[in-house]
Design a protein around this ligand. Structure first.
Ligand SMILES: [Zn+2]
Length: 323
């Protein structure tokens, strides 16, 4: 694998300081207390969490980029607090390997918990690095370990079909992965999400829970309710802009101009509405959300939302039904 030296980066807008988190240690991670015995770990790009209890440690996600540093973070905190460092439970937020691919680092006698669809997808994918969950649930599951309580819930597909809400009612915290990036725009294609309507509605579900601290799964700091609200506004702005473009740009002239190359007509139409919809959003959020000026992120996210509005919601120019 090759990667360009940082000197080769395009001339992107500076990253707002507010988007960045605490410095990493020499081993490349930061571990911090969220509240009481709940901790979060970051390598600057991915996030994981764990809870120490009287009966052992519960992990929440095992991103391979953090990998063995998760073990180090648990050991460090357990030693400092004089509590057990034995990992007894591991909760999967969803099946994606980038958040769960270090699961097999932890012993086989760890009890893994996940949504029933997570189990089905992991069985399908057959990745030895991600043992299937032993305990599954359909809608809700209350995990009780060492006197602590965690509420797991599935509220429908969003980023993935199996992405769950992990609520810590006694720690004033919600963990919900791969939808909101605190201080940063979503990456390509609505943060690589499968269900666009579900993705767009998920932040409101997240905000319906009581919490102060939000573990989003990515980047270097925890999120606040304000971060979720800014993300919601960004998505709402894309949706409004996409609706405006879809309902004001007539596709027919693009097909006429393309002649027998029908796909050329499709491309010209969809590229035109996407660029028209994305441009004002990129301008508004550059300097507000980190990487808003990486055009491909906002543009591909706009493209996905635009397609969902067109296909799921039926948004189009009023004259588009053939006479
Ligand atoms: Zn994911």
């Amino acid at each position: 694998m090759t990667s360009p030296a940082s000197g080769d980066l395009p001339d992107y807008a500076p990253i707002p300081r507010s988007a960045l988190g605490p410095a990493l240690n020499d081993q490349g991670y930061y571990v911090g207390r969220v509240e009481r015995n709940l901790y979060w770990v970051t390598d600057g790009v991915y996030q994981s969490a764990f809870m120490t209890t009287g009966d052992g440690v519960v992990l929440f996600d095992t991103p391979p980029s953090i990998g063995h540093n998760l073990r180090r973070a648990v050991d460090e905190i357990a030693a400092a607090n004089g509590v057990s460092n034995v990992v007894t439970h591991l909760v999967y937020s969803h099946h994606h390997a980038d958040h769960t691919g270090a699961s097999s680092i932890f012993a086989n006698d760890v009890v893994r918990i996940g949504h029933e669809e997570t189990r089905r997808l992991l069985l399908r994918d057959g990745d030895l690095a991600r043992p299937v969950p032993d305990i599954t649930f359909a809608d809700r599951y209350t995990l009780e370990v060492g006197g602590e309580r965690v509420e797991l819930a599935w509220h429908g597909p969003n980023h993935s079909p199996d992405n769950i809400y992990i609520h810590f009612p006694d720690h004033d915290t919600l963990m919900f992965i791969d939808v909101v990036n605190a201080g940063w725009v979503p990456i390509y294609n609505v943060n690589l999400s499968e269900d666009v309507i579900g993705y767009m509605g998920a932040p409101a579900i997240a905000l319906s829970y009581p919490w102060t601290h939000f573990i989003s799964g990515h980047l270097g700091r925890l999120a606040t309710r304000d971060d979720v609200a800014v993300h919601q506004q960004y998505i709402a702005d894309i949706e409004a802009s996409a609706r405006e473009a879809l309902t004001s740009v007539n596709p027919v002239p693009f097909y006429v101009a393309a002649g027998e190359n029908s796909w050329a007509g499709v491309k010209a139409h969809l590229d035109t509405v996407t660029e028209r919809a994305a441009a004002p959003v990129i301008a508004k959020y550059t300097g507000v959300l980190a990487a808003a000026d990486i055009e491909v992120f906002t543009t591909t996210t706009t493209f996905q939302i635009l397609q969902s509005l067109r296909l799921d919601r039926g948004v189009t120019v009023s004259s588009f039904v053939h006479p």
